[in-house]
Design a protein. Structure first.
Lengths: 638, 241
């Protein structure tokens, strides 16, 4: 191209998608544009007119509308529009009007088609949301090795096994011989389909009873003064945490952290393939989150725990900077949060004595979903055994709850504004009362009552008798799919918070055309997305709590059209990552991290992807309204 | 504010008659061809007029002492400017190039050394602008320089109607009642230079002086002026001079 039209080329080269074009194609585009001026208020593209050009805003501002006249987007210098018209049937489906005096560069269709053919990046850019979100979410995923490498890579040999009836002395001898720090205890087994049953190398059916580690010999045998001739079967712990050999190293690590174990058998289906030790993972990839968690469990006081808060922030920052995806960060932070909770409960029990009746310390909201961010409050409750007698026992649990709640607050998990805490007597109840609560919410739902209780539909046990919480999970999974009025009420609540349309210059653009200075990405993005997905998960009887795992269940249940759950997954991942990245920026700049993002900190490529994600969310909300209508018996309520 | 009547006298009321006269008397074939190509009728709505924006860089302001250095043209209509069909010529000036004007135009001695004489440009330029209304910003440079440069080389000059975006700007910002009131108050006059005029219509500022870029800038300015102060049906005669 002649040097003299550098002005046009120069300008286009600064804005996506043209910024990534090769020189040759950029020359061609810049050399073939046509220019036109539009006074503020004048139409640029009229509905149903023939569309044969892509439009590029050289200066000014443009609004694009949907067919019905709703605002679709507001665009400024360097933005493009009109590509949907060209990708479809060459009729204007999205009319456009100048809202300021505007200079438009028109790119002929032939050039546009050529660009789409020859430049993959540009083709991705102009296609409707999914491909762009998909590409970016996948890029984020692949950038972290721990996420993709499977745990079986860390197994160096088959596990050492001993029979349940040999003495602990013989077992110890065997371990020394094999230089193993842990051994699997097995017994003969008749039924092939019994749990943890497998056929060993000799072709015998064996069942795994448990694992004995070096420290078990110390704590379970020597410290207890047991004889060296005690059969292993008498001392081995029946609880056994295992993972499948194809989970990622990362997932395996989290399982170990979450359960506070250092050795973990790795299974292929039922068959043990090896035992992984925490140090294997540390050797594989030094990860600060690990040290933090083991530190948490060695603290002896609330003050000591509170001193670990900066380490938590540092670990978070490092993960985001190293390109972890939102699932990694979310579960790592949740694991840290759960560890704080567990340790506080241990300290509370040390101070208050053992609990009078069994209990489960239930966590709700983001911690239950394993999706915590660095900005989070505490949502918890106590599910007590039905033997609970308020007159005799509640004083204990009240103090226990207060100890944990105050401790969490000291560790940066601020008190819940909605009072969803075990300190609230209403949320410190025996299982039967909890069952009544849930039954009431599901069988006699109103959007108002559910507004404050929907947080309980993300639930998990952080400490104590997990079975108490599991019973509630089972009950929900059974009853929710058959409660159309409940689903309708949940769906209605899931529409309370809507995403914005996108960004315009340094503003957030709302659907009514108003501009805001910043946006709460949790309130306007991740939280409504979680709400939408929760409704679908409840509808298909999923017991999963994590939003991604819920999406897996929704996908398996074929509740949504094919591809929709993937779209939601990519959009959710991107929204979460944006939120985490902006929190990391806040920490880096020494500001208190929050859920707000300011448009001036949003790079242009992130803007486009965020807009796509908002669009996916908005469509998902519209679908929800239609999928879970209020049943006609609505009028009978009460 | 539609259709403000020019206060200043239109130099040639009947351009068609003038063009016919010149076609009949022209000796040079290129010039005869130029005048033979009919212009749009004076009552043609501006929206239907084919136009061409023209800008030139010169070594100074006096056509008798200074020379054309470069020339850019961009065809356009009220709805579309077509930079793809632009033309640009660097000309070897018949008079010496001064260092000061080099700094101004960014055209160097070596560029000029390889450039043709203006004579070669005439045969390409005139067919390109024939039948179109030429649009310039400040016709008192373009019109006399072009006329003089052609006259020197072909023995007869060229004159034709032009739309002058600067004078359209002056009609509104120098000669209107409001402008005279402002002047009476002692306020400085509004600038009607190309970039200052463009800024009033929200048009971006272009860097530097380049004949082709200024031609493009002029075309954009005219579109903006018509969109803001006139109607697409405004007859050509109300705008040209």
């Amino acid at each position: 191209m002649d040097a003299e039209l550098m002005e046009i080329r120069q300008h286009m080269s600064q804005f996506p998608p043209f910024d990534a074009l090769c020189d040759e194609l950029l020359d061609e585009v810049a050399g073939r544009i046509e220019v036109s001026y539009f006074k503020a208020g004048s139409d640029i593209l009229l509905l149903n007119a023939d569309a044969h050009e892509l439009c590029y805003i050289r200066s000014g501002a443009v609004e694009v509308y949907r067919r019905q006249g709703d605002l679709y987007n507001r665009l400024g210098e360097g933005d493009i529009f009109g590509h949907f018209n060209l990708l479809r049937d060459h009729k204007v489906r999205f009319p456009a009007r100048a809202i300021e005096d505007t200079l438009i560069y028109f790119i002929p269709d032939a050039v546009f088609q050529k660009l789409c053919e020859e430049d993959e990046h540009l083709a991705d850019f102009v296609e409707l949301e999914r491909p762009r979100l998909e590409t970016i979410a996948e890029e984020q995923m692949q950038s972290n090795d721990m996420m993709v490498t499977r745990i079986r890579r860390l197994l160096s040999r088959a596990p050492v096994t001993v029979s349940v009836d040999i003495s602990v002395q013989d077992a110890a001898r065997q371990m020394s011989e094999d230089q193993a720090s842990a051994v699997l205890v097995t017994r003969a087994c008749e039924q092939q389909d019994a749990p943890r049953c497998f056929r060993n190398d000799q072709g015998q059916m064996r069942q795994i009873c448990g694992i004995m580690t070096n420290s078990d010999f110390r704590t379970r045998i020597v410290a207890q003064g047991l004889s060296a001739q005690t059969p292993v079967g008498e001392v081995v712990s029946p609880t056994l945490i295992t993972v499948q050999s194809d989970v990622s190293i990362y997932e395996a690590m989290l399982t170990m952290l979450r359960n506070n174990v250092h050795h973990m058998p790795v299974l292929y289906r039922q068959r043990p393939m090896g035992i992984v030790h925490l140090s294997d993972i540390i050797r594989y990839e030094t990860h600060s989150g690990l040290y933090l968690v083991s530190n948490i469990f060695s603290r002896l006081s609330v003050e000591g725990l509170a001193r670990l808060v900066p380490d938590g922030r540092a670990a978070f920052l490092r993960m985001v900077q190293e390109g972890a995806n939102s699932q990694m960060v979310g579960s790592a932070l949740s694991t840290i949060g759960r560890s704080f909770t567990r340790r506080l409960l241990e300290l509370a029990e040390d101070a208050l004595g053992p609990p009078p009746v069994p209990y489960a310390f239930m966590v709700n909201g983001s911690m239950a979903r394993n999706e915590q961010s660095i900005v989070t409050d505490q949502d918890n409750a106590l599910v007590l055994d039905d033997a609970f007698d308020p007159d005799h026992h509640d004083a204990y649990f009240q103090r226990l709850a207060a100890f944990v709640s105050d401790g969490l607050d000291a560790c940066g998990y601020t008190y819940c504004k909605g009072d969803i805490m075990a300190t609230n007597a209403r949320w410190r109840q025996p299982l039967r009362v909890w069952k009544e609560y849930f039954r009431g919410w599901m069988s006699d739902p109103t959007p108002e009552t559910l507004l404050h209780s929907s947080i309980f539909f993300d639930l998990d046990s952080a400490y104590g008798e997990a079975a108490l919480v599991d019973q509630l999970k089972d009950m929900i999974a059974e009853q929710a799919p058959n409660s159309p009025r409940f689903l309708a009420a949940m769906a209605r609540n899931a529409l309370n918070r809507t995403p914005p349309l996108g960004f315009f210059r340094t503003f957030v653009m709302e659907n009514d055309g108003k501009n805001n200075k910043s946006i709460n990405l949790k309130r306007r993005g991740t939280a409504p997305m979680v709400d939408v997905i929760r409704v679908h998960a409840l509808a298909c009887g999923s017991k999963a709590q994590n939003t991604f795992e819920r999406l897996d269940d929704i996908h398996k249940a074929q509740l949504l059209a094919s591809g929709v759950s993937d779209k939601l997954r990519y959009a959710f991942e991107f929204l979460c990552m944006s939120r985490l990245r902006h929190q990391a920026i806040d920490i880096e700049k020494d500001r208190a991290p929050d859920n707000n993002i300011e448009p001036e900190n949003v790079e242009s490529s992130e803007r486009h992807t965020l807009k796509d994600a908002f669009h996916v969310l908005s469509n998902a909300q519209k679908f929800l309204k239609f999928r879970y209508p209020v049943p006609s018996s609505h009028g009978e309520r009460r | 504010m539609l259709d403000i009547r020019p206060r200043q006298k239109v130099t040639r009321a009947d351009w068609a008659a003038y063009m016919n006269d010149r076609a009949a008397s022209a000796r040079n074939p290129t010039i005869r061809q130029f005048f033979d190509t009919p212009l749009p009728a004076p009552d043609t709505p501006i929206a239907e007029v084919p136009m061409v924006a023209l800008d030139m860089e010169t070594t100074g302001l006096d056509e008798r002492r200074h020379a054309i250095v470069s020339l850019g043209v961009v065809p356009f209509t009220l709805s579309r400017i077509a930079p793809a069909r632009r033309r640009y010529w660097v000309v070897k000036p018949s008079r010496p190039l001064f260092a000061t004007s080099i700094a101004h135009h960014h055209i160097t001695h070596s560029e000029i050394a390889g450039a043709p004489d203006f004579d070669a440009v005439i045969d390409e330029l005139l067919p390109m602008i024939a039948g179109r209304v030429v649009v310039v910003h400040f016709r008192n440079i373009e019109r006399p320089f072009l006329d003089a440069a052609v006259r020197v080389r072909r023995g007869e000059g060229v004159m034709f109607p032009m739309i002058d975006t600067m004078s359209l700007e002056a009609r509104r910002y120098r000669q209107s009642l409001w402008a005279r009131f402002r002047r009476w108050l002692g306020r400085p006059p509004v600038s009607i230079r190309l970039n200052a005029s463009r800024a009033r219509y929200g048009l971006p500022a272009y860097q530097g002086h380049h004949a082709l870029l200024d031609a493009l800038a002029t075309a954009e300015l005219l579109q903006a002026q018509i969109a803001n102060h006139y109607h697409p049906a405004t007859p050509l005669s109300a705008l040209w001079c």
